[in-house]
Each structure stands twice: as C-alpha cells, then as structure tokens.
Design a protein around this ligand. Sequence first.
Ligand code: NAD
Length: 269
Amino acid sequence: MEKKVVIITGAAMGIGKAGVERFGRGGWTVAACDLNEQTLNETVEEMKAKGYDVKPYVLDVADYDACAKVVDDVVATEGRIDALYNNAGILGDRDGILGFDHNKVKEAFDVNVFGALNLIQLVARAMDKLGIQGSIVNTTSINAEVGTWDPIGYIGSKGAMKAITQGAAFHLGAQGIRVNAVSPGATITPMAASVYDCPPAREAVAINHNRHRWIEPEEVANAAFWLAGEESSGVNGIVVAVDDGYATGKGADLLGIFEEWEKEHPAEA
Ligand SMILES: NC(=O)c1ccc[n+]([C@@H]2O[C@H](COP(=O)([O-])OP(=O)(O)OC[C@H]3O[C@@H](n4cnc5c(N)ncnc54)[C@H](O)[C@@H]3O)[C@@H](O)[C@H]2O)c1
C-alpha cells in the first residue's frame, strides 16, 4: 500500500506539533506547514530524529498563492495528498465586544477562516484530480458550542469554521472527500499560555471541564488522526469535541453537594 500523505498547518508547536508526531507515528508522510520558520525547522528535526517522515514548508495560510505553491510542491514531491489537517489559528486580540479592534478581528478571520478555506479548496481540487477520496480535518473550538470569554473575533472565526465544515462536507461528499472538525477544549499550548498567564485563570478554566483539568495537545491530535484515516470512513460533516465534556454544560457537581450536605446534616438526610 502507498504511504499516506497529510498536510498539517500550524505544525511548529502546540496541537499542530502533536499532530505531526501522531501522523508520523502512524506511518504517514507529513508536510508540516508553519509561518514560524525557526520553530518549524526545530520541530521537523525533532520528529525526523524519532524516525518520522516529515518535511517543512514555510507557509502563511492566509496567502492563497503561497498555499497553492505548497499544494503543488507536495503533489510533485509525494505524488498524492490523502489528508489535510487545518490546525493553524490565531486569537487576533484579547478583547470582547466593547473593546475589539477591527483590524485584529480581520486578522483572525484571515488566518482561521480564509487560511483554512484556501487549503480546503486547493487540496480538494488536487484530490479530485488525483482521484483520491481523502479527508479534511478543520479546527473549531469550544467557543463555537457554548459562550466563552475568548476574544470575540476568534469566537466568530471558529463559529464560521463549524458552518464551513458542514457546508464543505456537503459540497465535497459526492467526490468522496470527507470534511470534519475537531473542537478542542482549553488545551495546554503556547497559545493558551499566552492568554491564561496567571494560575487563578488557569484553575478557573479547568473547572469548566468535567474532570477539572486542561486538555493535552495529544488528545486533540488523536481525534484528528482518527478523522483523517480510514477508520472514520463513515463519518462526514461532524465536529468531534475534545473538551472533556465542557460543551455538555457545566453545572455544579450536585452529587458532591448532596453528599456533603448529608454528612453535615445527618438528621435531615
Ligand atoms: N489551545 C487551546 O486551548 C485551543 C482551544 C480551542 C481551539 N484551539 C485551536 O487549535 C489550533 C491550534 O492552537 P494552539 O493552541 O496549538 O496554537 P499555538 O499558537 O500554540 O500554535 C499555533 C501554530 O500555528 C502557527 N500559525 C499561526 N498563524 C499562522 C499562519 N498564518 N500560517 C501558518 N501557521 C500559522 C503558529 O506559528 C504556531 O506554530 C488553533 O486553530 C486554535 O484556534 C486551541
């Protein structure tokens, strides 16, 4: 069987780096794309040292022509593309409705939405031409499922990616190209560390997850790997939440409260 090929964006660090490792370990060839050349090269060297087949592509996903060149180069070098993992994303800024900067919101949409759309179109065209029934995995967020404190432009961009995932699955379904998404809860990455830069904020966020903890990048990468491969062959147009139950709602731990009350008030129990 021919070795499968995946394009991963935002591959230098965080969840994308975990993705490179997961696909590498799974025996895929990885075209690792990132804006940050130095960190990308370090990541690729680290993965190659583990024996994985990973190649670096310096890429700003918001640049359509640059995306087209990477897709052409990957097809020329590898002869195929079996999957695209659209993981690159930025926050834009840290502000809500009352304070947001329009340019920062536009930047978030340029990378998170148009960057993903650029590659969905280009990779789907390449797969269609090559006769490959491949898989595309996008990245949304917990904030596309429930209201969160995240920056408002970032929230909007992730809501757009949820709708685009469903629409693209419909558009490409007839060609046998599947489009799904992963929706991470709060995940320990450089992006998260830049926002939640004090322990009380990190603890407050952890409480939203059922086990009061953060998500590991590898947990998201595992879901993306499953969606990209044949084992999810019947799955199309869905968002897989990797959020330890965050989106199921976050009421108080009532069972614990009842138990506590009964211990303290035995007569009333
Ligand atoms: N960390 C979280 O809590 C969390 C939660 C929900 C969703 N997400 C999403 O998961 C994805 C990965 O997030 P992360 O936390 O690992 O982020 P991160 O900032 O730690 O890493 C993102 C990577 O993307 C790269 N990148 C940024 N802009 C790019 C561009 N224009 N072109 C190419 N590469 C670019 C960066 O250089 C970096 O290597 C993002 O789409 C993010 O929105 C993250």
